[in-house]
Ligand binder design. Structure first.
Ligand SMILES: Cc1ncc(COP(=O)(O)O)c(C=O)c1O
Length: 388
């Protein structure tokens, strides 16, 4: 082998590295220099994983549940998911319609890989969660962004999608509640998207990572709408609902037509999620305690305080109905270049945020801030905003 052949396969260059990592490194540098940083740039629940989940993992390890499990998931977990999907999401399935994966990112990766052919166009609203574009490109797909601002104006999303339709459109990615805007699509908007997908025979990938973080309105699952199950792959994760970002577990729900390919992809990549982690996820999904409601209330308190702080500082900040992000339009106060705005906010208030441009051209002029942090940090941030 010559040196010239010692390089990665071409398709590896289709994947990018997150700009958010650049910001994280910047924050770490500042902290290393002893500077105070109010870290609102992240995307993780602020509280630790609940004890009942941790205990379930310990019990599984003590009971030697440490061997290979079926690569699609342990039977009791698949059954608990079936029951949760029925009662909470109104999606009627059998245990054969779901597969356990390594979190939402892996679930989305699998969903795109089994649906997108090279040259297919994949539509999604912009601003969007950054990895989506890479995941589409990695399949050889062509990302087609549909501006989000129109949706916020309560325009009919089906009409907007129609404008970007081509003979190559094959897949539609929908994320509600949304990262980074925190917007929650209404039932009517989802119905409009569903009608568009049905009329043009498209596959829908529904990313419901923030399903449990809805403060206003309701969370409606795309696959629960009439005749949508057969064309929808829904991706769930325990990361946000149960503060389990580091556990790496989620699940994909789909019609039989997609399950065989999904199973083969999971078998040949991870060969199943860690067995003890699956038992911990079982405890989370079966949980009937007020945990989710309590957690939502905690987020709500943080959201309201921070939204007020931003608006008082003259940064137009709508109160998001879902997820745990604020996405204020900062053009008036900080200019339209969101990277410069991020730097200015950091320099004057010590608040770390993510430039909106990271989430697509339509995010320019905005900053993304998370209110998933301690009340102390929120209060400090509100105080710091007065210096703007
Ligand atoms: C919209 C969206 N989908 C999916 C995920 C994936 O989360 P995880 O891989 O931790 O399950 C995230 C995480 O930030 C997200 O914001």
């Amino acid at each position: 082998m010559t040196d010239a052949s010692l390089h990665a396969a071409q398709r590896a260059s289709l994947l990018g590295f997150s700009d958010i990592v650049r910001i994280r490194n910047r924050v770490l540098d500042m902290k290393a220099r002893g500077e105070r940083v109010l870290q609102l740039q992240g995307g993780e629940p602020f509280m630790p994983t609940p004890d009942f989940v941790k205990e379930a993992l310990k019990r599984a390890v003590d009971a030697d549940q440490t061997r290979y499990a079926p690569s699609s998931g342990i039977a009791p977990l698949l059954d608990a998911m079936r029951s949760k999907l029925s009662t909470r999401n109104h999606i009627e399935t059998t245990t054969d319609n779901a597969i356990v994966v390594n979190g939402g990112a892996h679930g989305l990766f699998c969903a795109f890989q089994v649906t997108v052919n090279p040259g297919d166009e994949v539509m999604f609203f912009s601003p969007y969660w950054t990895p989506i574009k890479d995941q589409v490109t990695y399949c050889g797909g062509i990302p087609v962004m549909v501006a989000w601002d129109d949706i916020r104006d309560r325009a009919d999303p089906g009409v907007l999608l129609e404008k970007k339709l081509s003979s190559r459109t094959r897949v539609l990615y929908v994320n509600s509640p949304s990262n980074p805007t925190g917007n929650v699509l209404t039932r009517e908007q989802l119905q409009s998207i569903a009608a568009f997908a049905t009329a043009h025979d498209l596959i829908v990938i529904a990313d419901e990572a923030y399903e449990d973080l809805v403060y206003r309105g309701e969370h409606v699952s795309m696959a629960s709408l009439p005749s949508m199950f057969s064309r929808t792959l829904t991706v769930y994760t325990l990361s946000k609902s149960f503060a389990m970002t580091g556990w790496r577990i989620g699940y994909v729900v789909a019609d039989q037509a997609f399950m065989g390919p999904l199973r083969k992809l999971v078998l040949n990549s991870i060969n199943g999620v860690s067995t003890p982690t699956q038992f911990a996820a079982l405890a989370a999904i079966e949980d009937r305690s007020p945990y989710l409601a309590t957690m939502r209330d905690e987020y709500l308190r943080r959201r309201d305080l921070l939204v007020q702080g931003f608006n008082d500082a003259g940064l137009r900040c709508p109160s998001p109905p879902g997820a745990f992000y604020l996405f204020p339009d900062v053009r008036e106060r900080l200019g339209s270049d969101s990277w410069k705005a991020m730097e200015q906010l950091l320099a004057t208030t010590s608040i770390a945020s993510v430039p909106g441009l990271v989430f697509g051209q339509e995010g320019e002029g905005h900053l993304r801030m998370s209110f998933s942090t301690t009340m102390d940090v929120i209060e400090e941030a509100v105080e710091a905003l007065r210096k703007l």
